[in-house]
Design a protein around this ligand. Structure first.
Ligand SMILES: Cc1cc(C(=O)NCC(F)(F)F)no1
Ligand SMILES: [Ca+2]
Ligand SMILES: [Zn+2]
Length: 308
């Protein structure tokens, strides 16, 4: 049947207006985007503050295709930014959806109550509203949306185990592609982090120490593979590969770095890759795509953080 695509608009988390690809049916507009060159669609749904057992949540509808209700703001950004991240992976690398097979991209907002987090849970994204102190609704930051959707890309490719060094690499690749989608700063999550305070962020790639992350192997945190231990410190030790990425991008530029990081993630890295393996995968990718100048810059970047 003819798909009824509509061009809508909405108000995002920060009160800004943005375009939306919506679906029109039975005199109602839905947050469903079927404009992408793939069989799958981008769906954004509302969990109405329910938990895991009410996922994937409920359709988000509007009568006039202007999603301007306060309650719709998180969904507006989740939907708009998911489309932007789809476009990035498609236009830059020819990747059709997170798995390369055009699978549906499902995002659910208003997950739980005062939930200060967002996640890829294996088949969809979930976004908390934050508690208004630590976080505003988390879909309001494109670097966070890209971070989460990159977990889906990673799971469909390198499938890095989410613990110890492979897990820290998993986290780092999500932060690095979060930077590539939001290259105006080296911070992650700044747009929704501590709405009452200016200038801070969840993490910094240029200075991981700012947010208690190591930026060198001599500060590597040995932690237990438990929830309490952040699964061996996956969100903590990611500061080390994040700093190496910062050095790399400054040395060879963003365009080449994007291609090198994508090639390493989708061709060379494997579930148990550690930091030394990532260094080698990135060097090999740089050699494949460019040459020794770029490869040497990567070797130096990782030496600067104590990985040789
Ligand atoms: C500690 C800790 C950090 C994170 C984290 O990065 N979550 C993803 C984000 F999108 F919410 F930021 N989760 O636990
Ligand atoms: Ca940012
Ligand atoms: Zn993550």
């Amino acid at each position: 049947n003819k798909v009824k695509e509509a061009a809508g608009s909405g108000t995002g988390v920060l009160g800004d207006s943005k375009s939306l690809n919506t679906h029109f049916e039975n005199n109602t507009y839905y947050l469903v985007d079927s404009t992408k060159q793939m069989d799958g669609r981008i769906y954004t749904l509302d969990n109405r503050n329910g938990g895991f057992n009410s996922l994937p949540g409920y359709d988000i509808t509007d009568s006039d295709n202007r999603f301007t209700e306060t309650s719709q703001r998180a969904a507006v950004d989740a939907h708009h930014y998911a489309g932007k991240v789809f476009d990035y992976y498609y236009n830059k690398f020819g990747r059709v959806s997170y798995d390369g097979n055009g699978s549906d991209i499902i995002s659910t907002v208003h997950f739980d109550t005062n939930y200060n987090n967002a996640a890829w849970i294996g088949n969809q994204m979930i976004y908390g509203d934050g508690d208004g102190k630590v976080f505003a609704p988390l879909s309001g930051a494109i670097d966070i949306v890209a971070h989460e959707l990159t977990h889906a890309v990673t799971d469909s490719s390198a499938n890095l185990v989410y613990e110890f060094q492979p897990g820290a690499l998993n986290e780092s690749f999500s932060d690095v592609f979060g930077f590539f989608l939001d290259p105006n700063d080296w911070m992650i999550g700044e747009d929704v982090y501590t709405p009452g305070r200016e200038g801070d962020a969840l993490r910094s790639l240029s200075n991981p120490n700012l947010y208690d992350q190591p930026d060198h192997m001599n500060e590597y945190r040995t932690l237990p593979n438990t929830e309490e231990g952040d699964y061996g410190g996956v969100h903590i030790n990611s500061g080390i590969p994040n700093k190496a990425a910062y050095y790399t991008i400054n040395a060879i530029g963003r365009a080449k770095s994007e291609k090198i990081y994508y090639r390493a993630l989708t061709i060379y890295l494997t579930p148990n890759s550690d930091f030394a393996s990532a260094r080698q995968a990135l060097i090999q990718s740089a050699t494949d795509l460019y040459g020794s100048t770029e490869a040497n810059a990567i070797s130096s970047a990782w030496s600067n953080v104590g990985v040789n």
